[in-house]
Design a protein around this ligand. Structure first.
Ligand code: ADP
Length: 600
């Protein structure tokens, strides 16, 4: 129908036959204009892109003749256009919903040049075998292509094809352009409406999911609930949440919902920096890959048929603690609304995780406080008992002395006096330790540093500990380590505590030995107090010098104590600039060691 459209002035030169043809053509054109206005009204009333396509499919034939018709619409990021078939022929050659790069084929040419064109397919300025090639194979000879554009932007092109060559003329071009204008306005309109509706629905869903996140204070439970809710509400193909294991420089899969669930197990690990997820964990920025084959960061899995991937960081105080990752088998599955919505959700997940972590910390410190409280109560009970026992023994011995003063033999008298001295020294140690605790806690334990003779503090300490007849005691001091720098009383207190522990925790006897010799650090001297007693289980070694820690297994539970002696020792040695530690094996005795500065 290539009408040679002539201006009315020339009509007088036409023969009656030609006049008749022109009139018929004019009438036909006016019919087509009517069809166009009907079509425009319908398109105007459409509510969605699908509806617009359906209307065009139905009525387009009345407007423009030809076997092929299709609409090409640009993708969000304008790198691709997607074909929407408007005629059965396009369906038949399987071009419907196909993606083409924006510089491919005649539609690409028209988009790039923003130009309307009627052309024979063979002489098209841009020819793509999969597009124009297919059309040609099916006998399409000529095309009319018009841009679909609003005042702001080109959003695609409308294409019509005929099996006749040079089938389209100017009137076809004008009608197609008018139609495309109407299509553009309606598409923009419905697009905006759809977007607004989608956003509204998504805001509702975000609120629902966020509500769920606040109900759990357990991190694992919370992330599982989040992944399931996100997958279900937004109908994503697959959703995973990884958390960052900073030490191992890896990410761990902790929650998974969707179609790949059987392929990636809970606990699956991936290196930070590896794949899109790893990149996000490393850089703390979201990645939107709507065609993963074009993204070099994409790491493909055997089972995968992913085409689009969107990964976002989960942050706590600007630090990446996890990654939320969604995938789809469709190309261009995600748009900026998905990014916005998931970013909001990642914020919510981040703060829910922070709350859960804070809660864990509070719970732990609460437990520790409760434990300290229990230990303090025990301590008060033990201390008052420990004070009372020697006191009543002293009282008893003293009363007996008074009563039998005149009749007592000298040996018995000595025995009573020995009991009194022994118990009094126990009391004095207890008083000294109790006082030290209060002073250490108040930061008021004063030290008088001077040069101290090592042998004399060992002897002093031993004289204050009652070594039982079952134990053997010996000590040895290296000649080059006879003097240290420190507070004489405090160092004696440390040795006294360690030696009395050695006696206390070696119920079956054995040798207790104090050895003083050189240390790896040349300016220090090493003390060691060893016994052949109960020994200490591994799990207690790290916390033995903490306040109130007592071994609560085996034989040790039968022996009374406060769990404060070693803590006092550590505080004193710390104030001397030294270190205290223990080497031990259950059943094979213990060696307590500490270092202090040399005095010579
Ligand atoms: P206490 O002996 O009053 O309980 P300490 O702080 O002196 O408190 O010691 C803490 C814990 O370390 C003890 O309860 C005991 O279980 C363990 N312990 C200390 N010295 C020894 C030792 N020589 N052999 C075995 N266990 C020991």
């Amino acid at each position: 129908m290539a009408t040679d459209w002539q201006s009315p002035e020339n009509l007088e030169f036409l023969s009656p036959e030609e006049m008749r043809t022109r009139l018929l053509e004019a009438q036909e054109f006016s019919n087509r204009v009517n069809t166009l206005s009907e079509l425009s009204l319908k398109i105007d009333a459409a509510q969605s892109r699908e509806e617009i396509v359906a209307i065009l499919k139905e009525d387009l034939k009345r407007l423009l003749q030809g076997e092929a018709a299709f609409l090409c619409l640009l993708s969000q990021n304008r790198t691709h256009y997607i074909v929407h078939a408007l005629s059965p022929l396009m369906d038949a050659i399987e071009l419907d919903h196909k993606h083409f790069a924006v510089d491919v084929g005649m539609p690409g040419w028209a988009i790039e040049n923003n130009a309307a064109i009627t052309v024979d397919i063979g002489s098209a300025p841009s020819f793509h075998p999969f597009l124009e090639g297919k059309l040609k194979d099916l006998g399409i000879a000529s095309l009319v292509i018009v841009p679909v554009r609003t005042t702001e932007d080109i959003i695609g092109v409308l294409v019509f094809g005929s099996s006749k060559s040079s089938a389209y003329g100017d009137p076809d071009l004008w009608l197609a352009q008018l139609l495309s204008l109407q299509v553009a306005i309606s598409l923009r309109h419905t697009g905006m409406m759809e977007k607004a509706q989608k956003r509204l629905a998504q805001i509702g869903l975000v609120n629902q999911i966020a509500g769920k996140l606040t109900t759990s204070l357990d991190v694992d439970e919370l992330l599982t609930a989040a992944s399931e809710a996100i997958q279900r509400h937004f109908n994503y193909f697959d959703v995973t949440i990884f958390i960052v294991d900073k030490e191992a420089k890896e990410m761990v899969l902790v929650a998974h919902a969707g179609n790949y669930i059987d392929f990636l197990p809970h606990g699956y690990r991936q290196k930070i920096g590896q794949g899109i997820v790893g990149w996000v964990a490393e850089h703390g920025q979201p990645v939107l890959a709507n065609d993963v084959t074009l993204d070099p960061r994409y790491m493909s899995y055997q089972y995968h048929n992913t085409n689009s991937e969107l990964a976002l960081p989960i942050l706590i105080n600007n630090e990446v603690v996890g990654v939320l990752n969604v995938e789809d088998t469709k190309l261009h599955a995600f748009d900026e609304t998905d990014v916005l919505v998931l970013e909001t959700l990642c914020d919510q997940i981040g703060s829910a995780m922070r709350n859960a972590k804070l809660f864990e910390e509070i719970k732990k410190s609460n437990q520790r406080l409760l434990e300290l409280d229990r230990l303090k109560t025990d301590f008060v009970g033990i201390v008052s008992h420990d004070f009372r026992t020697p006191l009543s023994t002293i009282m008893l011995a003293a009363k007996s002395l008074l009563r039998k003063e005149e009749t007592l033999k000298p040996e018995r008298l000595r025995e009573y006096l020995n009991i009194i001295i022994d118990q009094a020294s126990k009391l004095s140690k207890l008083a000294e330790d109790t006082l030290s605790i209060a002073k250490i806690e108040a930061g008021q334990l004063n030290y008088q540093f001077k040069i101290v003779n090592v042998e004399s503090i060992i002897q002093e300490a031993v004289s204050m500990v009652k070594i039982s007849s079952r134990h053997q005691f010996r000590y040895q001091v290296d000649v080059n380590c006879s003097y240290v720098r420190g507070d004489q009383n405090k160092l004696r207190q440390v040795l006294q505590n360690l030696i009395s522990n050695a006696v206390k925790y070696s119920p079956a006897g054995g040798t207790i030995e104090v050895i003083v010799g050189p240390h790896d650090q040349p300016d220090e001297v090493l003390f060691s107090v060893s016994d052949q007693g109960l020994g200490i289980p591994k799990e207690y070694m790290g916390k033995l010098f903490q306040k109130y820690t007592r071994v609560e297994t085996g034989e040790a539970t039968k022996i009374k104590g406060t769990g404060l002696g070693l803590w006092i020792c550590r505080e004193i040695i710390k104030a001397h600039g030294g270190r205290i530690w223990v080497e031990s094996e259950v059943g094979n005795g213990s060696v307590f060691k500490f270092s202090v500065k040399r005095g010579n």
